[in-house]
Design a protein. Structure first.
Ligand code: SR1
Ligand code: MG
Length: 410
């Protein structure tokens, strides 16, 4: 079959494409002229549309040859390919915690998935005051199953290496993570910016602390050299859509093999951003509860999968991981993931306050002075965490310090 050459689709182009896809067209029902096409692009990188017909709706995403929010920043198109490959790799492991890939077009770089228009982006829901205690444990479940199932603990190395080869080609988006998340904030770079001069002394402290820079360097190296599992790679609260009872992880275009604590840390870091952006004590307590519930769920389920896999498939790691010394290997591995989680959470908080891509969490604070103070609280918290990383021996140490810092000035 010949590929359609790349061009950016408009509403009519989308109708024409779907008219040629019987399975997708059947989901919509009716005739192409009846299909409503609504642009809902929200992230930094791609065009996103909802296409609805009399019988149903789908979501269509198309890569652009540049960053959507900055057309001068050129970018290869292959990110929707990696998102489709990620969906196909993790859907069988995580069931209803992501969406089905309905279609991928390798010429147009179009991905079509089920529509989640009844769901809300988690960051938006949190900003609107939603208190959904089920979401964080579901994300723990998601990471535990996606990570375990793509790791050497569940699959022979030949299979893992084949999958790693696919995602090792996701270099354009890995470069973004390396630069925007793990590098820029720690040096002068025109992409960095922050909202208030009261943040500047903290930025200067971060950049002149040998302990912090060493911790960041170590995490940067771990990100590139610890291919423990297939990561989502950008698991912030904008990559999650939810209702109170149903949660989906979306936007896996940054997928890459890496340390499991990277995904955990991104999620925890974004809960911490929300924590500092909601000065009410009750909301902060809910965020503490969510971080604890996330980690508890992740830990319990990852360990459950490991322990439950008593007869691992031929070719997987043993005897250490499954033999009589298994508990030693398990504790050591989970401690490593926890250390990475705390470190990458600190990294994510810092880049969202002083780097290129900020988040909207703090925008809901009306008073500019209070807004700046909340941002400064989050930045100082992350700085301390990275500067004293070796002192956080358990998630409870992290939560205890967060609770303490969250009460300052309330
Ligand atoms: C230029 S892309 C900036 C950020 O948006 C994505 O969602 C990732 O978080 C990336 O770091
Ligand atoms: Mg995204």
């Amino acid at each position: 079959m010949t590929q359609t050459p790349y061009h950016t689709l408009d509403a009519n182009g989308i109708r024409d494409l779907i008219a040629g896809l019987p399975d997708v067209a059947t989901r919509l029902g009716g005739a192409p002229a009846q299909w409503r096409v609504r642009e809902v692009s929200d992230g930094n990188l791609n065009n996103v549309f909802l296409v609805g017909g009399p019988a149903g709706e789908v979501c269509l995403k198309q890569s652009l040859p540049h960053v959507r929010v900055d057309p001068a920043w050129k970018m290869p198109l292959d990110r929707t390919f990696f998102e489709a490959a990620w969906l196909r790799a993790v859907l069988p492991l995580v069931g209803g915690l992501t969406t089905e890939c309905l279609y991928f077009d390798p010429g147009l770089y179009v991905l079509i998935v089920e529509s989640l228009s009844g769901h809300t982006v988690l960051r938006t829901a949190l900003m609107q005051g939603a208190d959904w205690p089920g979401v964080a444990p579901r994300i723990g479940t998601f990471i535990a199953h996606a990570a375990f199932g793509t790791s050497l603990l569940a699959r022979p190395f030949e299979e893992v290496f084949t999958t790693r080869r696919t995602f090792a080609a996701n270099v354009a988006l890995t470069r973004i993570t390396l630069d925007l998340v793990l590098d820029d904030p720690y040096r002068d770079h025109p992409r960095n910016h922050w909202h208030d001069p009261i943040l500047t002394p903290i930025v200067l402290d971060i950049r002149s602390s040998a302990a912090t820079l060493l911790a960041v360097e170590n995490l940067r190296r771990r990100f590139l050299s610890q291919p423990q599992a297939l990561l989502h790679g950008d698991l912030h609260t904008g990559s999650i859509m939810s209702t109170a009872d149903d949660t989906r992880v979306i936007d896996g275009e940054f997928a890459i093999y890496g340390p499991i604590g990277f995904d955990c840390g991104m999620f925890v870091g974004n809960l911490v951003l929300h924590y500092f952006a909601t000065p009410e004590r009750a909301a902060r307590k809910a965020a503490l509860r969510d971080i604890a519930a996330f980690w508890g769920s992740f830990h319990e389920q990852f360990m459950g999968l490991w322990k439950g896999n008593e007869t691992p498939p031929p070719g997987t790691l043993r005897p250490l991981a499954y033999g009589p010394a298994a508990h030693v290997a398990q504790h050591a591995f989970m401690d490593e993931v926890m250390g990475d989680t705390i470190g990458f959470a600190g990294i994510e908080i810092i880049r969202r306050i002083i780097g290129y891509a900020h988040t909207a969490d703090f925008d809901m604070i009306a008073d500019p002075k209070q807004r700046a103070a909340c941002r400064a609280g989050a930045l100082a918290f992350a700085y301390h965490v990275l500067d004293h990383l070796g002192e956080f021996h358990a998630i409870n140490d992290f939560l205890y310090y967060l609770d303490e810092q969250g009460q300052v000035g309330l």
